[in-house]
Design a protein around this ligand. Sequence first.
Ligand code: F6R
Length: 245
Amino acid sequence: MKIVSAKDYNDMSRKAANIISAQVIMKPGCVLGLATGGTPVGTYKQLIDWYNKGDIDFSEVTTINLDEYRGLKRDHEQSYWYFMHDNFFNYVNVPEENIHVPDGANPDSDEACREYEEIIRKAGGIDLQLLGIGTDGHIGFNEPGEAFELRTHCVDLTESTIKSNTRFFGSEGEVPKQAYTMGIKSIMQARKVLMVVNGENKADIVKAALFGPVTPEVPASILQMHPDFTIVGDEAAFSKIKDLI
Ligand code: F6R
């Protein structure tokens, strides 16, 4: 486990983008596992900036996103497909056919999840998986208590997730109740894992995930067992582990 301290959000974003950039330079045809959420947005911005300066080329890269709401079409403004295009893909040269997000519009969850695992397998596995972390330790949509050995599967969103997502949709009734997510096993099979984390509200969970017991109650704790796991965090997120690193 490598713990990389950053001053603030911008510094965290730049350091994470540097690691991704190194991956793409060393292996131009690499497979990047990507995440949505607020934390990686700055990392994507930095990569876009370097792309515009001609410092990085994504023309041979394949991307495989972590998760998607079940029931949302790609063009829905709250879909993760939409989010990724809005924050990254529309501004760089990843070929459209190399972009993969679980198919939220497929109501057959077994088929959607099986096909996604097949995409990962055919791509040759994920070289670098980018992750955020939820305040309860979730990674992807793998909530506390989720079995470590699952691959891509369909999850029921918790009541609190549905409630907190209501702000992005018109009403609670419009919030999807399920999602397709890579499982912990799919994530653990990535050759490298890079987590980004910022803000004081993540400080407790960072300590539990990195230095607490490895338990399904803290899904991210399994990353302690990953052979090539790097976490980049700002001062606030690392405030409770200062004496341990
Ligand atoms: C994103 C994802 C989630 C987020 C997590 C943290 O694809 O699967 O696990 O990484 O909820 O979200 P933010 O970065 O918004 O705090």
